[in-house]
Ligand binder design. Structure first.
Ligand code: PLP
Length: 235
């Protein structure tokens, strides 16, 4: 195997190529789509391989798991994303460490981020996670509560709302996710016409290993890909 690229760099190349082709098919500029490597349960060494292969965005789900990794990879050109469910009491440790929080889904959580960001003297970029499938087991604001949440967040001075995130119901098949990705894009478009003060709907975080290709066709600006880069977490 010496001299041949490892499996992780090969996977990164192949995912990038798939993103590029999906962007072209969707009539989009491939440079507007950023690949986030989802690294839950992935070791620091394997994360380093992905970064060496050019991955600049890493997404972690759990703070306890992320903290030592952020420490170990300090100094590398990495933008950290918080993509998991966020408990209010963890907010103070997430701020300042993660450039973008993808999973704001309640007024209470938004308030806590706003309050802590204000104390720290920063403006925290966030996405609002939408639970399009209405699944009780999952995070994300339900559709019927979305407008109220967005309006409340518009009044929070230390938040910068950049867009929406979703995890569609699992169907095992990429095409089944398409209507949800389309729906998220349409929601963002509708919200961006609501004349809110500080809400920008420029980012759509959608698409994972089984369906990122379809998400890119439907307008994703961030895709969050784990298995297709690092292999199965249950191997
Ligand atoms: C694990 C995870 C991903 C990546 O999932 P894969 O199917 O392994 O690509 C993306 N987003 C979130 C929020 C995740 O928890």
């Amino acid at each position: 195997m010496q001299g041949t690229p490892g499996v992780i760099p090969q996977n990164v190349l192949s995912v990038r190529d798939t993103i590029w082709r999906a962007a072209i098919r969707g009539g989009r500029d491939p440079d507007t789509i950023r690949l986030i490597a989802a690294t839950k349960s992935v070791t620091v060494e394997r994360m380093r391989e992905a970064v060496s292969a050019g991955v600049a965005h890493l997404g972690e789900n759990r703070l306890q798991e992320a903290l030592p990794k952020i420490g170990a990879l300090k100094g590398l050109p990495i933008t950290w994303h918080f993509i998991g469910r966020l408990q209010r009491r963890k907010v103070k440790d997430v701020l300042g460490r993660f450039t973008l929080i993808h999973s704001v889904d309640t007024v209470a959580l938004a308030q806590e981020i706003d309050r802590r960001a204000g104390q720290a003297g920063i403006k925290q970029p966030v996405l609002v996670e939408v639970n399009l499938g209405g699944e009780v087991s999952k995070g994300g604001v339900l559709l019927r509560d979305l407008d109220r949440l967005i309006q409340e967040m518009d009044g929070m001075p230390n938040l910068s709302v950049q867009g929406l995130m979703t995890i569609p119901p699992f169907a095992g098949e990429a095409e089944a996710a398409r209507p949800f990705f389309r729906q998220l894009r349409e929601l963002a478009s509708r919200l961006s016409h609501m004349n809110l003060r500080a809400i920008h709907m420029k980012e759509l975080s959608m698409g994972m290993s089984t369906d990122y290709e379809v998400a890119v066709e439907e307008g994703a600006t961030f895709v969050r890909v784990g298995t297709a880069i690092f292999g199965s977490r249950h191997a």
